[in-house]
Design a protein around this ligand. Structure first.
Ligand code: G3H
Length: 290
């Protein structure tokens, strides 16, 4: 992953001046969906690239040590030929020790945290959870924001919370899930993205996978433009993770195309781009197996 984002001071005026047009976001997404996808060998190569970007995820109430160990074995050798790995494995906090043991440092373990998926447990509990996950070996922490702060326009409160998660995460990479499907409009998505980046998120992530609406290309377009603006303003490169409902090879290819079209080829790398998915790997594997 890229260097830790130290964050920048909260800038209320910049947040207030940040807006985004829903129609522009939809138009960007529509252009990506209308463009032809690669075919033949180029498609296969791109799908292999996508596998290397996956945070292979299980976030089920019935997760067990055995399921997590099996997931880790798949992440280390997803095509069964030793040719590549996924980017990371993503699990609930209680499953982190099993993943850490199974991966033995060969891949990072990402833990969801901060009261995932709603972010509505007491703040002290959410901060302690972040620290606990790091303490048992998670190298990446996928926190959720408390959506009410964004919906009520209390951007200082959102900044302060994410700043506290940044501090609790220490040297672990911090991914901030903004839950686009619950934020309402493009401007709120743009402002939430900006505030999380200001507070020190290394990656901004669309969704938990548990909202009614999860990763969408229009929301992605808004977040990616925010990442580009933030880099132009601060020199800090923040990564991007669409997650939730990405289950087909075509969807993965659209996400790669969107990221590349807005941020350029540098971002097609696990240090700056992840796809959070539980079913996508199986679908890509099926296609590649013909
Ligand atoms: O962070 C990852 C998501 O929870 C995965 O969502 P999914 O099960 O729809 O692929």
């Amino acid at each position: 992953m890229a260097a830790i984002n130290p964050g920048v001071a909260f800038d209320a005026a910049l947040v207030a001046a940040t807006s985004f047009d829903d129609a522009a976001a939809s138009a960007t997404a529509a252009a990506i969906e209308a463009a032809p996808l690669p075919t033949g060998a180029a498609r296969a190569a791109r799908l292999r690239q996508a596998i290397g970007l996956i945070d292979l995820t299980t976030l089920q109430g019935d997760d067990t040590a055995a399921r997590v160990r099996a997931l880790c074995a798949t992440a280390l050798d997803p095509l069964g030929d030793g040719s590549l790995t996924t980017a990371a494995v993503c699990v609930y906090p209680a499953m982190v020790p099993y993943a850490v043991e199974a991966l033995a440092g060969r891949l990072p373990v990402a833990s969801v945290a901060a009261g995932f998926p709603a972010g509505l447990t007491p703040l002290a509990t959410r901060i302690a959870e972040v620290a606990d996950c790091v303490g048992v070996g998670a190298a990446e922490i996928d926190i959720v924001i408390r959506r009410s702060h964004a919906l009520e326009g209390d951007w200082q409160a959102l900044y302060d919370e994410v700043r506290a998660f940044r501090a609790a995460a220490g040297l672990a990479h911090l991914k901030a899930i903004i839950a686009v499907g619950e934020l309402g409009d493009a401007t709120t998505i743009a402002r939430a993205s900006l505030v999380c980046m200001m507070a020190g998120a290394d990656v901004i992530k669309t969704s938990t996978g548990m909202e009614k609406v999860n990763a969408t290309l229009p929301a992605g377009a808004i977040m990616l433009r925010g990442i580009a603006d933030f880099e132009a303003r601060t020199g800090i490169r923040v990564g991007f993770k669409p997650a939730g409902g990405i289950g087909t090879p075509d969807q993965a290819l659209h996400w790669l195309a969107l990221v590349e079209s807005i941020l350029g080829p540098d971002w097609i790398d696990p240090s700056l781009f992840r796809i959070g998915a539980s079913r996508l790997l199986g679908a890509i594997r099926d296609e590649l197996a013909g």
